[in-house]
Design a binder for this molecule. Structure first.
Ligand SMILES: O=P(O)(O)O[C@H]1O[C@H](CO)[C@@H](O)[C@H]1O
Ligand SMILES: O=c1cc[nH]c(=O)[nH]1
Length: 253
């Protein structure tokens, strides 16, 4: 049986699971897995921490992607080779619309492709769009948990600093092509910045896989650059949403 290159797992290891919850952060993967029944760690290698557990009487995988498109594309490709067909990203994010508050939950319908990795799957004219029914499960999850949410477009950037037009940096310099970009996304109604959804959505749409993305707001960039909120509280809320969405999808299989 084939062992995939980075995760070092075989189809046998994932016990027929077809759905994966994919946070960026490896430690978050462990905390999510702890909420599943019979969960155990499958592998910890580089940024990829993978767990298996049971939810709604079905096997489910939790695997961190690390930060950014390239490592996300590896995790998604290798999980797909093992049999995963639905990917639920759960991340943190920075909001760029004044009406969005720290701690709010954002569901990404589609993403602005400010990444490079998505172009290795489809040309820029191809949309980075989530799977409708998978995203609908995120919405239903918020509604059944009575958690308020915003749904809309996300800017998904390869870099945290220049690509998200941050000036509070070592050099304070943002290259010309990103100067004024945040204001432009704001005017176009973009909700937030994060770093994986463009790659995830594009590659999944191009490869016939399903993807959705939910994120908790750590900071509102129209007010401040450095978060001063309780990360734990935000994670608890966004993890509750992704687990409920996974349950909805697994119960409908
Ligand atoms: O909290 P995660 O899932 O890592 O997501 C966000 O946080 C990281 C940047 O701090 C990027 O990965 C971004 O997309
Ligand atoms: O502003 C932010 C916060 C979290 N993650 C990002 O990519 N950007």
């Amino acid at each position: 049986m084939k062992t995939v290159f980075h995760l070092g797992l075989t189809q046998h290891d994932i016990e027929g699971a077809t759905l994966a919850i994919i946070p960026g952060c490896p430690d978050r993967a462990g905390r999510i897995a702890a909420q599943l029944e019979h969960s155990r760690c499958l592998v910890k290698t580089r940024e990829f921490h993978a767990y298996i557990g049971v939810l709604a009487s079905k096997p489910i995988i939790v695997c961190s992607t690390g930060i950014g498109g390239p490592s996300t594309s590896i995790a998604v490709e290798e999980l797909a080779q093992l049999g995963i067909r639905t990917f639920l990203r759960i991340g943190t994010t920075g909001a760029i619309q004044p009406h969005i508050n720290e701690g709010d939950i954002l569901i990404s319908q589609a993403s602005v492709r400010l990444d490079g990795a998505s172009q290795h799957f489809a040309p820029l004219s191809f949309p980075a769009v989530s799977d409708f029914f998978t995203t609908q499960a995120m919405v239903k999850a918020c509604e059944s948990l009575n958690i308020a949410y915003h749904i809309g477009i996300t800017a998904s950037s390869d870099t945290f600093y220049p690509g998200q037009e941050r000036y509070d940096t070592f050099s304070g310099y943002v290259p010309k092509n990103f100067q004024g970009s945040c204001e432009e996304w704001q005017k176009l109604g973009v909700m937030n910045y994060e770093m994986e959804s463009a790659t995830l959505f594009t590659m999944c749409a191009a490869l016939g896989l399903k993807a959705a993305c939910v994120a908790g707001v750590l900071v509102n960039r129209t007010r401040q650059e450095i978060p001063n909120v309780d990360h734990h509280e935000i994670e608890v809320k966004s993890v509750a949403v992704v687990i409920e969405a996974a349950k909805i999808l697994l119960n409908n299989q």
